[in-house]
Every structure is written in C-alpha cells, then in structure tokens.
Ligand binder design. Structure first.
Ligand SMILES: [Zn+2]
Ligand SMILES: [Zn+2]
Length: 201
C-alpha cells in the first residue's frame, strides 16, 4: 500500500486527525487549513445526531458507504445504501428506490460520472454524483451543505446531492467530490481550487 499523502497538499503525510483517524496531513499547518472543511464530515462521537463513519454501524447485506449533501442543512452526511447489479449499466449501483427517496418525491434528477477520480489515490471504482435538474421555480432551494463545503467558491446547486460509489467512499473522496462540483459549476480547476494552500506556503 502506498504511504499516506497529505489530503490537502499531497505531500508525504506525518499526521492523522486525532478524532476520526481517517484524514492524513503533512503538518499542523495543513491540519488547521483543512479543519473548517474536514470538520463537516469528521466523526464526532459526542454528537449522536451526526451519523458516524464507523464500520461498526455498517448494516448487514450488500451496502456501500455514500455521502449525502442535504439542501436544508450545513452538514453533509455519511449514509449507507443498498447496492444492486444494474444490467443496463453493467455495474453495481445503489438501488433506485433508495436514491429516489433521498432525492425527494417528484424531483427529476440525473447522475454524472466523476472521471479518473481514483488515479490520484491508487483507488479503483466509479463515483456517481446525483443532482436534481437545475430548474428555477421547481420548488428546489439552494443546497446549503454544498455551498458550505465548497467555500470559498460557494457553489450554488439546487436541491439535494447524493454521491455514491461502486465501493465505499472514503474521507479523501470528499475533497475530490467537492473539487469536481466547484470545477463543474464555476470552471475553477487545478491549483486554483485551493488558493488557501498556496497562501500558506
Ligand atoms: Zn499538507
Ligand atoms: Zn477527522
């Protein structure tokens, strides 16, 4: 297995988040820089209202760990979704009826594939981002958790966002997902995605 990389700047990592032990960093500067973002999904054992990342809470059966970005809360959530083999798309996907429930009754949605997502981190698999059709006046509100997680770019998407993989999503995937949403909606990419990292050097 490759040695851990800093989840913010990709240098060799020598520190791990003391709380969730799932996020690696090169030094304390990157810990502090990432804190506002990382704390959105870091396991907080003292707060039962926030779903934990823990494997102990994995439901029985064929499930995958996903990230749900609710429109009406500042906090993204870890969730478990049942998987099924999709014979049309020839891959494992979350069950449609569970996705329907999360996206909301009567909401038209689509999903997009994040390309080359795992090349950077030695991961394999596919990630799908489910988003509502961007229709003004459809009763959808600006997604608060997406706007919060994409600061300082403050992406505005209407309605819920669900991110599901053909395997469990990890803490590092959260960065990749938000970077994808920022690039998609604002065109900002590459080194410009994290100007605060460069400022710190
Ligand atoms: Zn770093
Ligand atoms: Zn953490």
């Amino acid at each position: 297995m490759a040695p851990p990389r800093c989840r913010l700047c990709d240098k060799a990592a020598h520190r791990v988040c003391a709380q969730c032990k799932l996020a690696n960093y090169c030094n304390i500067d990157c810990v502090n820089l990432d804190q506002p973002f990382h704390s959105l999904l870091c396991t907080d054992g003292s707060d039962n209202s926030r779903p934990a990342f823990s494997e102990l809470k994995r439901p029985a059966g064929d499930v995958t760990r996903c990230i749900f970005l609710p429109p009406d809360s500042d906090y993204p959530q870890w969730i478990w979704l049942p998987l099924e083999n999709d014979k049309y798309r020839k891959q494992t996907m979350p069950k449609d009826h569970r996705v329907d429930e999360l996206m909301g009754e009567g909401v038209d949605y689509t999903y997009g594939h994040i390309h080359n997502t795992f090349a950077r981190r030695d991961h394999r698999g596919n990630i799908y981002v489910y988003t509502a059709f961007q229709r003004e006046g459809a009763g959808l509100t600006v997604n608060r958790s997406v706007r919060m997680a994409s600061a300082p770019h403050n992406v505005e998407l209407l309605g819920p966002v669900l991110v599901a993989g053909s395997r469990d999503l990890e803490m590092d995937d959260f960065h990749i997902i938000i970077d994808h949403l920022v690039t998609w909606r604002t065109g900002v990419k590459g080194r410009e995605l994290h100007p605060q990292v460069q400022d710190a050097k």
